[in-house]
Design a protein around this ligand. Structure first.
Ligand SMILES: Nc1ncnc2c1ncn2[C@@H]1O[C@H](COP(=O)(O)OP(=O)(O)OP(=O)(O)O)[C@@H](O)[C@H]1O
Ligand SMILES: [Mg+2]
Length: 242
């Protein structure tokens, strides 16, 4: 079976630091993978490499067998990878509905050519991540962290991805907000969405993943079920710092 997303022998150096160092993993169709590791392990950099936001020094990224490694970001998004940001990155001057519309843009251009514009698409997406109608007019500055993370998810879903890369979707949230986002991801998982999720909140992560990959210093140190990975000696040492 061909993996849906395959990261192979990726290397990324920033000056003297090897943020990602000969890293490989794959994600199958419909699978949810947890990518864990201590601060600075290289998790976010892996996402940036998959999206083409940073260029790798070596190694490859393939999606459904197609090599994306040289593609610019917009093309990778068109081909089916999409990410959220650890620090939410909405357009600050426009409201929630307009932010989602920007995410929908490439799709809507395609659809407008074939079927005409779809004014309901942004509303449907906003609803699907749990926004109320009254939230649509708010600007990002008026949103709670939970709502900002919902907006990140809506913008990521807007590109109709084959694989979603979710970076710290629970960070800075209240317990209630964590439940909302968890429920949403559980739903996406049930619908067959493939995703890679990075989270320091291991308790929230566990029920949302089929498999885990642990990394430190840019390198995979353990792979398996959540339990197997958490029981791994190297992982324990990495988290305890000795
Ligand atoms: N643009 C950059 N320029 C220079 N160094 C960078 C850059 N981005 C990341 N790094 C370095 O690369 C290493 C990996 O960083 P990265 O942000 O990928 O880790 P992370 O696992 O996502 O950490 P965290 O859990 O804190 O989010 C760190 O040492 C970081 O300082
Ligand atoms: Mg990070």
């Amino acid at each position: 079976m061909t993996a849906l997303l395959e990261v192979s022998r990726l290397v990324k150096r920033f000056g003297g630091i090897s943020a990602v160092n000969d890293l490989s993993f794959e994600v199958n169709q419909g699978e949810s993978l947890g990518l864990i590791g201590p601060n600075g392990a290289g998790k976010t950099t892996v996402f940036s490499l998959i999206m083409g936001e940073h260029r790798q020094n070596s190694g490859t990224v393939t999606l459904a067998g197609e090599d994306l490694s040289a593609d610019p970001t917009y093309l990778r998004i068109q081909k089916g990878v999409s990410r959220t940001y650890q620090v939410p990155r909405p357009f600050a001057d426009i409201n929630v509905a307009e932010n989602i519309r920007v995410g929908l843009m490439p799709n809507s251009i395609r659809r407008m050519i074939s079927e005409g514009p779809d004014p309901d698409a942004e509303l449907a997406l906003a609803r699907s991540v749990g926004f109320a109608a009254a939230d649509l007019e708010k600007t990002p500055g008026e949103l709670s962290m939970g709502d900002l993370r919902k907006l990140e998810l809506a913008r990521t879903l807007a590109t109709a991805p084959k694989v979603m890369l979710l970076d710290e979707v629970f960070a800075g949230l209240t317990v209630g907000e964590i439940t909302q986002i968890s429920d949403l991801l559980a739903e996406k998982r049930k619908e067959g969405m493939t995703y890679v999720i990075v989270s320091h909140d291991l308790r929230s992560l566990e029920p949302l993943i089929d498999r885990a990959v642990a990394m430190t210093f840019g390198h995979v140190i353990a792979e398996g079920t959540f339990r197997e990975v958490m029981d791994n000696e190297k992982v324990r040492a990495a988290y305890l710092g000795h």
